[in-house]
Ligand binder design. Structure first.
Ligand code: AMP
Length: 347
């Protein structure tokens, strides 16, 4: 089995972009040591693709958002640097995309308040993350409950048209649209632009090693840049059914879905035919997956290692990014303030 390919099915089936899309924006929470395959195939790879296709692309590190689950400042700083490294290693280019840290533009919290005042409680009570936490009987703090409003502010503050994300974020973008619409209607203005999600069907929900959605909170991730031993352990630990080697296999399993991320459509078809015919061992699929995965990320790993030695450069990239982000944000915030009758009288 070859481990050379860099393309995958998702590359060949992208949804048409809305014509008027000019500003692309997305973010990632710095809640772990480094990003996983779900983050990469569900979102980050699209960030890289889209940085060249639009007038402006903004990608931020959502450190305010991470506060609902991470209560260690030193760890947040480390993770924030790591997400910046992952962004750059994956191919985001500060010349072509604006990379910044969410908390460097605290004005986003002002827009959060403005939006909070037009957001019905019922809308927030329907949010998946809040409902899931409640179902688990967790103590829900106000940050988690209000999370969708901060996310709406993140998107709306820059007049974003298109938001590349995994499927788990679709509901949040719908909520951002609702809030923008309500604000514009209540204050009879057009201060806020309604964003569209950009979700690739094939990688909308990347499964984790246990078959559930890959997520740090489930402990089922395969990290992009972990040490080879750790990646190997995670890959070899992907849960499979107990079908014997010679028997036909069900291809609707995480091991095949994850393997497919690193295969062309033709390779996928051939692999699935072999699986259905019987005689294919899961161990062989996992070994091939590991080889492909290591090959795929090798150039990015090398880039990351080089960048890691120069953290001051990363900081400079983020500081330059927020200057450009602020230029987009301030007119939108001013338009909201003006419509809502906030601040000094103009003119
Ligand atoms: P987060 O870690 O929640 O900040 O996620 C960053 C981005 O990765 C968001 O756009 C998510 O939708 C996406 N993402 C996270 N996990 C997955 C997954 N298992 N499959 C697809 N996309 C994902």
């Amino acid at each position: 089995m070859s481990s050379q390919t860099q393309s995958s099915p998702a590359h060949d089936a992208k949804p048409a972009l809305p014509k008027r899309a000019q500003i692309v924006l997305s973010g990632t929470k710095p809640t772990g040591e480094n990003l996983h395959l779900g983050n990469y195939f569900g979102a980050l790879r699209q960030f890289v693709d889209l940085q060249d296709q639009h007038d402006t692309a903004l990608y931020f590190i959502a450190d305010y958002h991470s506060m609902t689950s991470l209560r260690n400042g030193a760890e947040r700083r480390r993770n924030t640097l790591n997400v910046a490294l992952d962004y750059l290693a994956a191919g985001l280019d500060p010349e072509r995309a604006i990379l910044f840290r969410q908390s460097d533009l605290p004005e986003v919290t002002e827009l959060t308040w403005i939006l909070t005042s037009v957001t019905p409680m019922g809308m927030l009570e329907r949010a998946h993350a809040y409902k899931a936490a409640q179902d688990k009987g967790e103590d829900v703090d106000h940050g988690l409950f209000t999370y969708p409003v901060l996310m709406a502010a993140d998107i709306l503050l820059y007049g974003s048209h298109l938001v590349p994300v995994g499927r788990d974020q679709k509901q949040h973008i719908e909520m951002a649209r609702d809030m923008a619409h309500r604000f514009n209607r209540l204050y009879e203005c057009e201060a806020l632009t309604l964003p569209e999600p950009y979700i690739l069907e094939e990688t909308a929900t990347v499964p984790g090693t246990d078959g559930r959605k890959m997520s740090k909170s489930y402990g089922n991730t395969i990290a992009m840049f972990a040490a080879k031993n750790a990646v190997k352990k995670a890959v070899m630990g992907i849960v499979t059914d107990s079908t014997p080697v010679e028997a036909p296999k069900d291809v609707q399993q995480a091991v095949f879905e994850i393997w497919s991320l690193f295969a062309t459509p033709e390779e996928r078809e051939a692999m699935f035919a072999r699986a259905r015919a019987g005689g294919l061992g899961y161990g062989d699929v996992k070994k091939d997956l590991l080889a492909r995965l290591m090959d795929y990320f090798e150039p990015m790993r090398a880039r990351r290692a080089a960048l890691e030695a120069r953290p001051q450069e990363i900081e400079a990239v983020l500081r330059a990014g927020v200057v450009r982000a602020r230029q987009l944000a301030m007119p939108v915030l001013e338009a909201c303030r003006e419509a809502a009758g906030l601040g000094p009288v103009r003119g």
